[in-house]
Design a protein around this ligand. Structure first.
Ligand SMILES: Cc1ncc(COP(=O)(O)O)c(C=O)c1O
Length: 406
C-alpha cells in the first residue's frame, strides 16, 4: 500500500504532539456540555465536572502504575509539576536538610528550578553523564550525604532520548530515606513507567507530549506514611488538597485522562512502531551520508523509541533546517532554541561546540508513516549534500577521508 506524504512532514514529536481526535472529542463535551466548575457542589453541572475529573485522575494513575487515584494532582504541565515537586519538597524538608542531587542533562524546568533554590541557600550536586548521556546509580549513591533531602532524575532525555536507570536510583533512594523525583514528561506513552516498581515518590507528567492538550499536566505524589509534605507554590481556594489551588481546567484534565487511557491501551504496540520508524530513519541517513553521528545511546533499549538526534559534520544545524521547508524538525531542544548557545545536553556528552551546532533532533509520532520517513530521508540527504558541496570545510574533510581510504 502506498501512503500519501504530507508536507511539511512533522518530525518534532519530542517538542509536542498533535492532540488525538478521540481526546478532542472528550474535551469538546466538557467545553460545550459539562462546563460546570468541578468545585460546584450545588448542581449537576458541578457534579458532572467533578466526576469527569475523578475519572481522569484514575486514568492517569493507571498509566503510571499508581494504585490510588488520589495520588495524582493536576497542574498546568511538567514545568509546574517539576517546580512543585522540587521547591515543594525542599522547602517542606528545610529542617531535615538542604542538599539535592541531580544530573547535568535535566530539562531546564528542573535545572532552573534548582538554580532558584540555590539562591535561597540549597546545595545542589550536578552529576556528570557518560558519552551516551547516562548516570550510574553508583554516582547517586556517592553523592548522597546526611543533608540530602531529594534526588531528581529524569526518566528520559528530551534531546537525545537517553533513558536513565530510574528503578535502580529509586530503590537506592528508598533504602537511604531520600525522596526521589522523576521528570517523566518524555517517557510517558513511550516507556513502561511504573511508580511503584520504580520506587518513585514524585513523578512529573505532561499531557502534550502524549497526544493530549498543551497547558495541563500532573504530579504523582506517593502515598507514604508519614505523608510526603510539599509546600504549595500558590495559595487560594484549596483545590487539589490545597497543593494546587485554582479552578480546575476541566477540559484539559479530561484531555489528559483520555490521552493517558489511549497511551495505556496502545503501550507496547505504539513503542514498537515508533522504534521501527526511528531505526528506519537512522539507517536511511546513515546509508545516504558519510560523516554523520547518532547522539545518545547506541542500544535501542537505552533510548526513547520516538527520538533520534544526529550530527552532520561540516553542516550548521540552523542552515540545514532553513534549507528544508519540507521538514519540521528541531535543532537541539525546542525549549531552549531561543538561545544561540550550543545544546548543553550535547556538550555534556562530549560533543564540541561545532558538532553540537551541526545537530538535528528528529522525533517520530503516531501519525508518522514509513513513506513520511522515506521522504524525510531523501530531503535530508539532498539538503546535506547541497550544503556540503558549498562548504570549503567539507572539501578538506572529504579529501582527508579519501586519502585515509586510499
Ligand atoms: C523532559 C521535559 N520536562 C519538562 C518539560 C516541560 O513540560 P511542559 O511543556 O508540560 O511544561 C518538557 C518539555 O519540553 C520536557 O521535555
Amino acid at each position: 500500500m502506498t501512503e500519501s506524504v504530507r508536507s511539511p512532514i512533522y518530525l518534532d514529536h519530542n517538542a509536542t504532539t498533535p492532540v488525538d481526535p478521540r481526546v478532542v472529542d472528550e474535551m469538546t463535551r466538557m467545553f460545550l456540555v459539562c462546563y460546570g466548575n468541578a468545585s460546584s457542589r450545588t448542581h449537576a453541572f458541578g457534579w458532572q465536572a467533578e466526576e469527569a475529573v475523578e475519572l481522569a485522575r484514575r486514568q492517569v494513575a493507571e498509566l503510571v502504575g499508581a494504585d490510588k487515584a488520589k495520588t495524582i494532582l493536576f497542574t498546568s504541565g511538567a514545568t509546574e509539576s517539576n517546580n512543585l515537586a522540587i521547591k515543594g519538597a525542599v522547602r517542606a524538608l528545610a529542617r531535615r536538610g538542604d542538599h539535592v542531587v541531580t544530573q547535568v542533562t535535566e530539562h531546564k524546568a528542573v535545572l532552573d528550578t534548582l538554580k532558584a533554590l540555590e539562591r535561597e541557600g540549597t546545595k545542589v550536586t550536578y552529576l556528570a553523564v557518560d558519552r551516551e548521556g547516562r548516570v550510574e546509580a553508583g554516582q547517586v549513591a556517592t553523592a548522597l550525604t546526611d543533608r540530602t533531602v531529594l534526588v531528581s532524575l529524569m526518566y528520559a532525555n528530551n534531546e537525545i532520548g537517553t533513558v536513565q536507570p530510574v528503578a535502580e536510583v529509586g530503590r537506592l533512594c528508598r533504602d537511604r530515606g531520600v525522596l526521589f523525583h522523576c521528570d517523566a514528561a518524555q517517557a510517558l506513552g513511550q516507556l513502561d513507567v511504573h511508580v511503584e516498581r520504580d520506587a518513585i515518590d514524585l513523578l512529573s507528567i505532561s499531557a502534550h507530549k502524549m497526544y493530549g492538550p498543551k497547558g495541563v499536566g500532573a504530579l504523582y505524589v506517593a502515598p507514604r506514611r508519614p505523608p510526603i509534605r510539599l509546600e504549595p507554590l500558590f495559595h487560594g481556594g484549596g483545590q487539589e488538597k490545597g497543593l494546587r489551588p485554582g479552578t480546575l481546567n476541566v477540559p484539559g484534565i479530561v484531555g489528559l485522562g483520555a490521552a493517558a487511557a489511549i497511551a495505556r491501551a496502545d503501550g507496547a504496540t505504539h513503542a514498537a512502531r515508533m522504534a521501527g520508524l526511528r531505526d528506519r530513519l537512522w539507517s536511511g541517513i546513515e546509508s545516504g551520508l558519510t560523516h554523520v553521528r547518532r547522539n545518545g545511546p547506541a542500544a535501542a533499549s537505552g533510548r526513547l523509541p520516538n527520538n533520534l538526534n544526529v550530527s552532520f559534520e561540516c553542516i550548521e544545524g540552523e542552515s540545514l533546517m532553513m534549507s528544508m521547508p519540507e521538514l519540521a524538525v528541531a535543532s537541539g531542544s525546542a525549549c531552549t532554541s531561543a538561545t544561540k548557545e550550543a545544546s548543553y545536553v550535547l556538550k555534556a556528552i562530549g560533543l564540541s561546540d561545532e558538532l553540537a551546532h551541526s545537530s538535528l533532533r528528529l522525533g517520530v509520532g503516531r501519525a508518522t508513516t514509513e513513506s513520511d520517513v522515506d521522504a524525510a530521508i531523501e530531503v535530508l540527504v539532498r539538503a546535506v549534500e547541497r550544503l556540503r558541496a558549498m562548504s570549503p570545510l567539507w572539501g578538506a574533510v572529504s579529501r582527508r577521508a579519501a586519502r585515509a581510504r586510499a
